[in-house]
Design a protein around this ligand. Structure first.
Ligand SMILES: NC(=O)c1ccc[n+]([C@@H]2O[C@H](COP(=O)([O-])OP(=O)(O)OC[C@H]3O[C@@H](n4cnc5c(N)ncnc54)[C@H](OP(=O)(O)O)[C@@H]3O)[C@@H](O)[C@H]2O)c1
Length: 248
C-alpha cells in the first residue's frame, strides 16, 4: 500500500531509542525526511539518523529536553529560523519508573508527568505552528492508560492524560491537522525490557492473547500508518496495540 509519505517532513521525539528510532527508519523507508529529536542519547540518535540516510532520505538531529518548556520552544524557534516546515509530528519520548506508590516522591511524580504529559502539551503548542495544513500529530501513550498500574501510578496517570490531551488537540487543531494516539503494550525496547524484568516469566503466555511481546518495528508501522494521509479520516482516536492485553 502506498502511504503517500514521499518527501514528507517528520519530527520524531524519542528517536534515539526503541519505538522512536524504529519509526524514523520506517518513515524513511516510505520516502520521508526525518528530524530525530533526542535528549541524552546522542549516539542512538546518530545511529538512527545514519539508517535514515542509508535509505536515501535526509536526517537532522535535534537535542531537546522535553521536561523543560523553554527547551522545547527554543528548539521550535531554531527550526523556524531555518525555514523548516513539518508534515508530521510523532511524540514518542517517554519515561517509565517502576516504583510502589508509597515510595513515589513529589520530585519523581513531577518528573514522570513532566516528560510524558506536560512535554507532549508543550511540544504540540510549540511545533503545531510549524506544520503544513493537512499534517498529522501522533502521540504515544500506553496500555497502562487503560488498565492503571500499581507500580507506576504516575506513568499510567500521565498516559491517561495524554489520551485526553490527544482528543483536545484534535478538536483545537481541526480541520488543519489530525491528532491521534497510539497506545502500545509491552514492546521489546530498553523501556520494555525493564518492565519485563519485573514481570513473572510466563506473563506474556498467560496475559496476552498473542502470547508474546511486541517488536519496536510493529509499533513503528502502526504509528507511520496513523500519521499517513491514508488514515485521513482518523482524528482524536487512540489505537490500542497491546496483543490483546486489554480489550474495549
Ligand atoms: N516499550 C514498552 O513496553 C512501551 C509500552 C507502552 C508504551 N510505551 C511508550 O512508547 C514510547 C517509546 O518508548 P520506548 O519503549 O521506545 O522507550 P525507550 O527505548 O526507553 O526510549 C525512550 C525515549 O524517550 C526519550 N526521552 C526520555 N526522557 C526524555 C526527555 N526528558 N526529553 C526528551 N526525550 C526524552 C529518550 O531519549 P534519550 O535516550 O535521548 O535521552 C528515548 O529516546 C514511550 O512514550 C513509552 O512510554 C512503551
Amino acid at each position: 500500500m502506498d502511504l503517500h509519505l514521499s518527501d514528507k517532513k517528520v519530527l520524531i521525539t524519542g528517536a534515539s531509542s526503541g519505538i522512536g528510532a524504529a519509526s524514523a527508519r520506517v518513515f524513511a523507508e516510505e520516502g520521508a525526511d526525518v528530524i530525530l529529536s533526542y535528549h541524552r542519547g546522542q549516539t542512538g540518535a546518530a545511529q538512527a539518523a545514519e539508517e535514515v540516510r542509508r535509505l536515501g532520505r535526509e536526517a537532522r538531529l535535534l537535542q531537546m529536553d522535553l521536561s523543560k518548556a523553554q527547551a522545547i520552544s527554543s528548539a521550535a524557534e531554531q527550526l523556524k529560523a531555518d525555514g523548516v516546515e513539518l508534515d508530521i509530528l510523532v511524540l514518542c519520548a517517554g519515561l517509565n519508573m517502576l516504583t510502589p506508590y508509597q515510595e513515589i516522591t513529589p520530585e519523581e511524580w513531577e518528573k514522570v508527568l513532566g516528560i510524558n504529559l506536560n512535554g507532549s502539551f508543550y511540544a504540540i503548542q510549540a511545533f503545531a505552528p510549524l506544520m503544513r495544513d493537512g499534517g498529522a500529530i501522533v502521540t504515544v501513550a500506553s496500555v497502562a492508560a487503560q488498565t492503571g498500574a500499581a507500580h507506576h501510578m504516575h506513568y499510567a496517570a500521565a498516559k491517561a492524560g495524554l489520551v485526553n490531551l490527544t482528543k483536545s488537540a484534535a478538536r483545537a487543531l481541526a480541520p488543519r491537522l489530525r491528532v491521534n494516539c497510539v497506545a502500545p503494550g509491552i514492546t521489546l525496547t530498553p523501556m520494555g525490557e525493564d518492565t519485563i524484568a519485573a514481570m513473572p516469566p510466563d506473563y506474556a503466555q498467560k496475559k496476552l492473547l498473542v502470547q508474546r511481546y511486541a517488536t519496536a518495528d510493529e509499533m513503528a508501522r502502526c504509528i507511520v500508518f496513523v500519521a499517513s494521509p491514508v488514515a485521513g479520516f482518523m482524528t482524536g482516536a487512540t489505537v490500542d496495540i497491546n496483543g490483546g492485553r486489554e480489550l474495549r
